[in-house]
Structures are given as C-alpha cells and as structure tokens.
Design a protein around this ligand. Structure first.
Ligand code: 7PJ
Length: 282
C-alpha cells in the first residue's frame, strides 16, 4: 500500500488509511433515444445514491463496456452517456467520481465537470490520453492488459511469470506517466484481473499480489463477478458474490487499498472483516 494514507483527488482527499470501496456504475444504455437517456441518468443516480449509502468511497462511472465482444462506442456517444451523470453526481452527492474511460475527451470534459479520478483499463495508451490525463491534475489508475478487450484473451502467452509481466508493464507505464508530468503521487496500480489472463494467471496473481507492494503505490483490485470466480467455482455471473467476497478479503490481506465492486454492502463487510484481522497484527 502507499506509504501515504491519503490521496489528493481534485477537490477531494481520499482517506486510504483503511480499504476504500469503489462502486461500479455502468451507463451503457440499450436505447439511444432521449427518453432512454433520461431514464438512464435517473437510474444511475439512484444506484449511486444506494452505493454511497452502503459505504462506497468512490463511484466508478463507465460509458464504454470493456467486456469481450462489446460494441464500439463513439467518443460523442460516450460523452453523452457519461458527462450528464458526472454533473449530477457532483451536484447532488458531491461524491468522488472516477471516470472509467480510455478517451481523452471524456477525461478532459469529465474532469471539468468535477470528476476526481481517472481509471483507464488501457493505461493511457490511446492517442492524447496521457496528455489529457496529465492536464487534469487528477490521479490515474494504470491497469495491466495486453491488446484490446475484444482480443485480449488471444494474448495470454507470457515469457515470464505473470506477476513479473504485470510488474514490468506497470513499471513502463509509470515511467511514461512521469515523463508526461504525472507524478508518482498521482498513480494507482491495478494488476487487471481477467484482462488478458488465464484462470491460472488470475489465481497466481491474487496469491502474489504482495509482489506489487514494492512499488509503494496504492493497489486497486477488481474481481467482482468476474469469470475467474465462475471458472474456479462453476458459478454463473448471478451467483458469484460469495467467491467475490473471498477474493476481496484476500486482496485486502495482501495489501489492496481500493476494491472495485458491483456489490458494495457485502463487500464493505468482507473488507472490514479482513481489516479487523490485519489491525490485530499491526
Ligand atoms: C476493471 C476495471 C478492473 C479497473 C473493469 C468488469 C470489467 N477497472 N474496469 N480494474 N474491470 N481499474 O467489471 O468485469 O479490474 S470492467
């Protein structure tokens, strides 16, 4: 975990002295009509309100699905989905909003609307993303992946053990960020569970999460409902909560500072339980 126990996030200061829950808020509507969009915004706000009440410290707002096979979203469409929700979240809840985006325009405009963090599964690799993220002054989460979400499962043949691959990749992205003016104090790391990884990779990475502690940067872990749980337990996506809670607890025991989840209330309890055990040994 970071040596510092707080993270400057725009006008917010994120207390990292105990694990933070990041609630997932997807605004990827099926209907592109204005009627559909209005409903989506209202529904998103209700969902965010519930997650905040349950103890989420961050709302991770995404307008582009990164699941394998998901449709490509235009920049304009992503902006139209995300920006009105950022504005309303900031105005109504003044909460810490994370932008789950790889698009430079969404980073810039989202930050201007009051977002507090940039979470890019492509680690600022798209054209203009590095510069746009740097200019916001906000923290960025860098995540390990290879290829694109649509093709990433074709890139799972690594020459080195997965934890080394992840560490090398993140080291490279940190250096690139620093050259672009994003200082280490603004960087969060994520091993990218489920992104260009086999089930064996995912299990090994979880077991060796402390390998990434050498960076002394905050670690974010997202395992909620993911296929590694499905594969390990033989569970459909609707039945992965117990497996996800076990993984969230393990992640915290191994140093994760931020847990990204769809299921905030049970994850808060799981993480606080792990935290109570950790504190006993501190
Ligand atoms: C992650 C993410 C993750 C970070 C998604 C899903 C896929 N961002 N966005 N880490 N996963 N930082 O939730 O199943 O693991 S989208």
């Amino acid at each position: 975990m970071s040596s510092s126990s707080s993270l400057a996030c725009g006008r917010h200061c994120l207390d990292m002295s105990s694990p933070v829950i990041m609630g997932v808020l997807n605004v990827t509507p099926d209907s592109f009509s204005d009627g559909g969009r209005f409903t989506t915004v209202e529904r998103a706000l209700r969902q965010a309100d519930a997650m905040l009440a349950e103890g989420a410290g961050i709302i991770d707002l995404g307008g582009e699905s990164t699941r394998p096979g998901a449709a490509v979203v235009s920049t304009q469409e992503e902006m139209d989905r995300v920006l009105p929700v950022v504005e309303r979240l900031v105005a109504e809840f003044d909460c810490l909003v994370s932008l789950d985006t790889s698009t430079s325009e969404v980073m810039a405009e989202g930050a201007a609307c009051g977002a507090s963090l940039i979470n890019d599964v492509r680690s600022l690799s798209r054209p203009g993303a590095l510069e746009a993220a740097a200019a916001t002054g906000l923290p960025v989460c860098l995540m390990h992946m290879r290829g694109e979400p649509s093709t990433m499962q074709q890139h799972v043949d690594y020459d080195v053990p997965i934890e080394e691959e992840v560490a090398r990749f993140l080291e490279g992205r940190i250096a690139t960020c620093e050259q672009a003016g994003i200082s280490r104090e603004r960087i969060i790391l994520d091993p990218g569970f489920g992104f260009a990884k086999t089930i064996e990779h995912n299990l090994r990475l979880m077991n060796r999460l402390d390998y990434l502690a050498d960076f002394s940067l905050p670690l974010l872990v997202g395992v909620s409902r993911k296929s590694m749980i499905g594969k390990a337990l033989g569970r459909e996506v609707t039945d992965r909560l117990p497996g996800g809670l076990a993984l969230a607890s393990i992640a915290v025991m191994k140093g994760a500072g931020i847990i990204r989840t769809h299921d905030v209330a049970p994850t808060v309890d799981a993480v606080n339980m792990a935290r109570a055990v950790l504190k006993e040994g501190a």
